[in-house]
Design a binder for this molecule. Sequence first.
Ligand code: SF4
Length: 326
Amino acid sequence: MSQPLLSVQNLDVSFTFQDGDYAALKNISFSVYPKEIVGIVGESGCGKSLTSHAILGMLPTNAMIKKGSIQYRGTDLVSLTNEEWQSIRGSAISMIFQEPMTSLNPLLTIGRQISEVLKKHTGFCNKEIKEMTIALMKEVGLPRAEELYRAYPHQLSGGMRQRVVIAIALIGEADLVIADEPTTALDVTIQLQILELFRKLKQTRNTSLVFISHDWGVIRKVCDRVIVMYAGHIVEEGPIEEILQHPKHPYTQGLIQSIPDYKKRGEPLHTIPGRVPALRERRGGCPFVDRCSLRMDICQTTYPEGKKHGNHQVKCHLYAQEAINI
Ligand code: SF4
């Protein structure tokens, strides 16, 4: 296998409050390979977005990396200065957020916003920049690009605005894009089109993607591999179809059982009882212990080691004595 583009190893992130430090991410380790789309899935508060912000050096001011490394093409991002970050963000690694309006300036035309970023990354004249802007708009599937060049963000639909944000994210030729719930605000048809665009970019531009979502349907459509997070921990990881067909961790099983299924119309939707513990409620042992119907005594006191079978990994005491039989 090729070298990973991104390698996160043993990452711990804590928040500092007046009454002390509280761990929000514990022992996060995963890799993203070239041309790979890796999904991160879990309920709100599980640490998905915090993981992406740690990768991009955009942690909130009261959050801190306590230990671990984040290597991008062999460079440790954790030790970069602010100036060094400027050359990475938007060029090597780009970010796409859920709500495109937060990334776009409502007072500037679409063409101007794309052109300004292009100017920063290239030395071309205005005429060439305009041609490149229109070509980029067409590449991300914006119809009537010449006309939309002069439009303002509020004149575009949500899906079109997200395409503009994707176009801007591509300008620096980033080979890693982190997309945080990029289709959540869109209706289903537009969602499908944007997911198809991500898959196309993987093929045509060799872009790798970290795709954060709480929606398994979305993850299944776009991802090669999936990481399941719970309460700041990675609890399971593997190829997407393998995880969907043979989930091992009780949390993953609960999430998958909760996916709405039209064949079960009329039946009550499965839910996982309880909620994700708040930072101050987290303690030792298995992070899922309070919600797990299969818990044992050891789960209260001892954090489960990861067990691996091929490229499927799970952290649960149910599999402590055996290699996973998939
Ligand atoms: Fe449940 Fe124990 Fe496995 Fe945690 S380690 S998921 S509590 S069985």
